[in-house]
Design a protein around this ligand. Structure first.
Ligand code: Z5A
Length: 210
């Protein structure tokens, strides 16, 4: 499938919602539909972006909140220019684990830098690319944190307090309310097969148009 521009799909949600699990499921759906795609992630996706990811998530690292925002944005600028746009232009679909909505949620709301400030910064950096579909995996913060507790050492952001994640969750939901045609909220607290059925339904219109 290389005719025309590819589709840009993003996965969003707080810690423990099952992004990785559902990303693998979306990949299997794209494979089944014989769609040429790349899977990528933020922060990261390029050599420089992955180095920035190491810096920004280092469990023992320290930085100003504004520095964190700038590093996330720098990673995104590199990612769009070197990976996402070239792939979409070549007709490939791009499946991306987190994108701009994450900066709105985590830095804008979680860190309280301001949702508009984050959006303004991206406009200033000419980041205008919007996903065709964003799957927002949503569930109560406590449930996600319980799931994450079973995993190894938390990174720098995972150590934040409950209130931080509550603010981020509300910002995510607000993004969804403001862009209902782009963002589909999936109740991720349900059993995995029910979550995946919602994900499959959300993708159907795009797959049928491919
Ligand atoms: N960040 C930011 O602050 N600003 C930005 O602009 C961007 C990112 C882009 C890295 O993200 C960090 O960067 C992240 C936000 C910040 N914050 N932190 N910390 P990441 O995406 O790499 O990290 P993550 O959020 O920890 O994602 P993850 O590894 O994909 O975890 P997950 O979403 O929870 O996925 P999971 O491993 O598939 O699921 C967790 C567990 O739940 C696992 O054991 C599953 O088997 C289980 N699971 C999944 N679904 C279910 C259901 N339905 N029922 C029961 N159990 C389930």
């Amino acid at each position: 499938m290389t005719e025309g521009r590819g589709k840009f799909i993003t996965l969003e949600g707080l810690e423990g919602v099952g992004k990785t699990t559902n990303r693998q499921f979306v990949e299997s759906l794209l494979d089944d539909a014989d769609i040429d795609f790349i899977g990528t992630r933020e922060p990261g996706g390029t050599a420089l972006g992955e180095a920035l990811r190491e810096l920004v998530l280092a469990a023992d690292g320290q930085m100003q909140d504004l520095t964190e925002l700038l590093l996330m944005t720098a990673s995104r600028v590199e990612h769009i220019a070197n990976v996402i746009e070239p792939a979409l232009a070549a007709g490939q679909w791009v499946l991306c684990d987190r994108f701009l909505d994450a900066s709105i949620a985590y830095q804008g709301a979680g860190r309280q830098l301001g949702v508009e400030r984050v959006a303004d910064l991206h406009r200033l950096m000419d980041v205008t690319l919007e996903p065709d579909l964003t799957l927002l995996l949503d569930m109560p913060v406590a449930t996600g944190l319980e799931r994450m507790a079973a995993r190894g050492t938390p990174d720098r952001i995972e150590r934040e307090a409950m209130a931080f994640f509550e603010r981020a969750r509300q910002a995510y939901l607000q993004q969804a309310a403001m862009a209902p045609d782009r963002v589909l909220v999936v109740d991720a607290a349900r059993p995995l097969d029910a979550v995946q059925e919602s994900v499959r339904q959300a993708l159907l219109p795009l797959l049928e148009g491919a």
